[in-house]
Design a binder for this molecule. Sequence first.
Ligand SMILES: Cc1cc2nc3c(=O)[nH]c(=O)nc-3n(C[C@H](O)[C@H](O)[C@H](O)COP(=O)(O)OP(=O)(O)OC[C@H]3O[C@@H](n4cnc5c(N)ncnc54)[C@H](O)[C@@H]3O)c2cc1C
Length: 352
Amino acid sequence: MQVDYLIIGQGLCGTWLSWYLKKENRSFIVIDNNKPVTPSKVSAGIINPVTGRRMVRVWMAEKILSFSHEAYSEIGNFLGITAISQRNIIDFFPNAHQRQIFLERMEEGEEYLNSYPEQNQFNPFFNYELGCGEIRNSYIAHLDILLPAWRQQLKDNMQLHDEVFELENLIIKEQSVQYGDITAEKIIFCDGLSSFENTFFRALPFAPNKGEALIVEIPGLPNQHVYKKGFLLAPLQSKDMFWSGSNYQWSFPDAEPTNQFYEQAERHLNAWLKIPFKILDHKASLRPATLERRPFVGLHPQQTNVGILNGMGTKGCSLAPFFALQLTNHLLYKSEIAPDADIKRFSRILSR
Ligand SMILES: Cc1cc2nc3c(=O)[nH]c(=O)nc-3n(C[C@H](O)[C@H](O)[C@H](O)COP(=O)(O)OP(=O)(O)OC[C@H]3O[C@@H](n4cnc5c(N)ncnc54)[C@H](O)[C@@H]3O)c2cc1C
């Protein structure tokens, strides 16, 4: 079988890359082993314009927000699903210092922050003695719907191989790559953590970051917002179901859920929520983050028929579609990849 591209992985990166290649009428096969727990399957799907304790704008916020909204809406329309919804974040100030930072950033003119006028609106549901603000232009990407729907689309078109990709069976030729009976012009690794061990890319400065989350049933809590007070509560598509998390761990013995997180999150929910809730699930995964918090996108400097789309870290929902399009345009039209993301910046270590 002869195709233009062989894509490894159907998380956020492989989904978006295959979508843009499809739009360009290119032929491809995606190999994905359908692992039950991956960062894309554990993710809350949140796309927000400000981040961190200091409420600074996320990298390329202006471009990325409108781009993401359009991209998810377009793929959603194609698949006949709702792939994205605007869900502004209600930020309940956890302490006086955080409140002060929010108000200062608003006074400085940060247009994504709003003093929420209906301060008492959430009184029936939450304890929040220090008030709340609103983070506007925030979205939830419904990955629990989008990823299986796109997988089904690929299956229907005979473009998905549900199996483990074995790197040792890959043969790199001068103008192509060979994997079993598949001959492709190029192979692109969208395989998340697996790339950390991949002989082509393991020299890249990956820095996996562990995150955990609970799936919680909260009957009666309105689902028009994401709620934040240290932890986040983000509505899922099923009635009364919410995602709650997360933490950011740079050092950990394994990728398994921990009792420590479960107990901390349960305590937090008990103190924050006024209404009953039930914890239904507990998940953990490793974010494919990078030391300098910028993605890895592009073709290997020496093996130019081998590429990568990875390193999306904590922002895969917005960065994956954005850089999947840049990579597609680079592959097809030789257009530039943003220098901060292009793996060209690591040419020296990748050429050793
Ligand atoms: C707890 C948590 C919460 C998060 N919340 C958010 C959020 O709210 N917003 C946000 O933007 N980001 C969030 N993220 C980050 C986001 O999930 C990641 O950046 C993103 O999912 C990475 O996608 P990926 O496609 O690179 O990797 P992956 O999701 O790991 O996808 C890789 C795919 O490749 C497959 N694969 C790997 N190796 C092989 C092989 N050898 N053969 C076959 N298949 C293979 C895997 O099974 C998988 O399907 C969160 C992450 C975590 C852990």
